[in-house]
Every structure is written in structure tokens, then in C-alpha cells.
Design a protein around this ligand. Structure first.
Ligand SMILES: Nc1ncnc2c1ncn2[C@@H]1O[C@H](COP(=O)(O)OP(=O)(O)OP(=O)(O)O)[C@@H](O)[C@H]1O
Ligand SMILES: [Mg+2]
Length: 305
């Protein structure tokens, strides 16, 4: 049996754009599914907009929406506008009001011209925008977005993010809970973030505060030509708080959290004795990824592997 979530204790305020950030398999979707009444928790209690997700699920469902980035929902023979209108009727919306709202949202997300396209012919970006419209059109009290920008190109991801922000600004009592495994997205978008790993919340706070937890460290990116493995050797150096590596374009990019500048010479000695050649070295500002590495001891990618 897998324990998908354990000891999760979270409070999200009205009007917050709250991010659940974590690697594949962390438990993000499970958490969202419990909150939107699609999955029953084996224990514990959760309230959304004051309603219990188990006892009051019927009332709760009309106040929330969920959109999942990977979802393929829909009937291929329908056109975009028809598809959205059909959902509006499932949701019990007034037909005329629904048409108006759908057209407004199609326009805003740049899908007006695709309104009469069959949904089988949509790009994944268009499909995800259409799904977002489905989530927005009922004006839910709380909107749940599970990886809303997964696999989207830069432009489409930006459109989705800015529409979510715009929707929040329009009514400050609206709340969004979104999951992502893009550190950058969580940082840019969210008022507060919970970092989840292996079913547990390992940190929670405003992105700025989470990054401040690594402020004391010296963060160095080290780019090396390929060669003998080095990660464990670097991690073993006293004063190296955390180290991670990813291979990119045929070079190894190490990120190191050092207790202070004085550690760097030791790092360089280790690199040289391993016969590795340095092709780049920069000191940089902390990111949420660094906070994750410091807390968990490994990078998100390592946790996924
Ligand atoms: N229906 C299921 N049956 C059995 N195990 C499941 C099921 N759904 C999820 N799990 C397991 O529960 C854990 C959490 O999965 P979950 O889908 O919540 O993670 P996630 O953070 O959403 O990951 P991803 O980033 O890949 O979407 C994983 O170990 C997963 O394998
Ligand atoms: Mg998921």
C-alpha cells in the first residue's frame, strides 16, 4: 500500500493564490482530489469554503472547479464553444448567461477564432485554455488547478498564468490552489507555497521567505565537462550544505550550497583531483529549487528518479 499523503496540515486564506509544489509522485494530485471531493481520505478532515469535503460534498461541488493540465476531457465531435456550453448545462448555468460568459472567456484567452473548431483539432495549448475556461465560467469560490501549464510552450503557459492572475484580481475573495512542479512558476505566481515531498509538507511560506532560508549560503553553479562521477565527493566536503547536478547539452551543471566563500577552494581542489575540467562558474541568488535541495538533500529530479 502506498501512503500518498501523511500529516498534511494546511490553511489557505481566502483570496490567496496558493501553490503546492513538488516532484512527480509527491502527492499533489491526491491532495487536490481530496479537496475537490473526487477522492475520500482514509483519515483526517478537510474543509473547503467552510464545507467538509466528505459530509458536505454536494454543497461544496457547486462552489468549486477543478482543471487538470493533462486532462483530455471532451467529446471529439463537438466544437469548442459547444463543448463549453454543454459543460455549462451540466453545471446548471443559465443558458444565455453561459453563452455570454463563454464568449467573453474565449475572447480573453485568445480562443475566439477557435470557437468553431472541433476539439480534436486543438493544439495542447488550446485544449488546456479551453479546459481553463470550463473551470472559470461558473465563477467558483475556489478554483483548483492541477499542473495547469504542464507541457505548454512558453507563450501558452504565460497566457494561462496571466488569466489566472487576472481572474483573481477581478474579485479579491476568490481563491486558487494550484499544483506545479515548475519552481519558477510557483515563485512567480503564488502568494504562498507548500513544498510537498513523498506525501509530506516539507516547507510552507511565501516564495521570498522560502528563498531566504538559503540566504545565508553561498550558491554556486559549476559547469563541468563530462567525466568521472563527482556528486558524492562534493557532498562529502565539509561546508557543502547541499549539492545537485543535472546534465544539459553534454555538460554537467552542479549547484552547490556552500556555508561560506572559504569552501570554494576545497571544492575546486576536489574537482581537479577528480580530473574534471571547469567550463563555467557563477555565484547566484537563491531559487525555490535551492530551498528544496537544502530541505530534502536532493534535487526534485533526483526525487523523481
Ligand atoms: N490510483 C492510485 N492507485 C495507487 N497509487 C496511486 C494512485 N494514484 C496515485 N498513487 C500513488 O500515490 C502517490 C502520490 O501520487 P500523486 O498522483 O498524488 O502525485 P503527484 O504529486 O500528483 O505526481 P505528478 O507530479 O506525477 O502528477 C504516488 O506514489 C503514486 O504512485
Ligand atoms: Mg499529479
Amino acid at each position: 500500500m502506498t501512503t500518498a499523503l501523511e500529516n498534511v496540515d494546511l490553511r489557505v486564506g481566502q483570496g490567496e493564490l496558493f501553490g503546492v509544489l513538488g516532484p512527480n509522485g509527491a502527492g499533489k494530485t491526491t491532495l487536490i482530489k481530496i479537496l475537490v471531493t473526487l477522492l475520500l481520505p482514509t483519515s483526517g478532515e478537510a474543509l473547503v469554503d467552510g464545507l467538509d469535503v466528505v459530509r458536505d460534498y454536494k454543497h461544496l461541488r457547486s462552489r468549486i472547479s477543478m482543471v487538470s493540465g493533462g486532462e483530455q476531457a471532451g467529446y471529439g465531435i463537438l466544437k469548442v464553444r459547444e463543448q463549453l456550453w454543454m459543460f455549462s448545462q451540466f453545471y446548471g448555468m443559465n443558458s444565455k448567461a453561459a453563452r455570454r460568459r463563454i464568449d467573453e472567456l474565449l475572447e480573453r484567452l485568445g480562443l475566439a477564432e477557435a470557437a468553431n473548431k472541433q476539439i480534436t483539432g486543438l493544439s495542447s495549448g488550446m485544449r488546456q485554455k479551453m479546459n481553463l475556461i470550463r473551470g472559470l465560467m461558473t465563477d467558483p469560490r475556489v478554483l483548483f488547478l492541477d499542473e495547469p501549464t504542464v507541457a505548454l510552450d512558453v507563450g501558452a503557459a504565460r497566457d494561462v498564468r496571466s488569466e489566472v492572475q487576472r481572474w483573481m484580481r477581478e474579485d479579491p475573495t476568490r481563491t486558487v490552489i494550484l499544483t506545479t512542479h515548475y519552481m519558477q512558476e510557483a515563485d512567480e505566481l503564488c502568494d504562498r507555497v507548500a513544498i510537498v515531498n513523498r506525501g509530506r509538507i516539507v516547507a510552507e511560506g511565501a516564495p521570498r521567505a522560502l528563498k531566504e532560508s538559503v540566504d545565508e549560503d553561498v550558491i554556486v553553479d559549476l559547469q563541468l565537462d563530462p567525466g568521472t562521477p563527482l556528486l558524492d565527493l562534493l557532498r562529502a566536503i565539509e561546508g557543502v550544505g547541499a549539492a545537485s547536478v543535472r546534465e544539459e547539452d553534454g555538460v554537467d551543471r552542479f549547484s552547490l550550497l556552500l556555508a561560506d566563500d572559504a569552501i570554494l577552494p576545497r571544492v575546486m581542489t576536489t574537482v581537479e583531483s577528480a580530473g574534471r575540467r571547469v567550463s563555467g562558474l557563477v555565484r547566484r541568488q537563491p531559487t525555490l529549487e535551492d530551498a528544496f535541495v537544502k530541505l530534502v538533500g536532493r534535487s526534485m529530479t533526483e526525487e523523481e528518479a
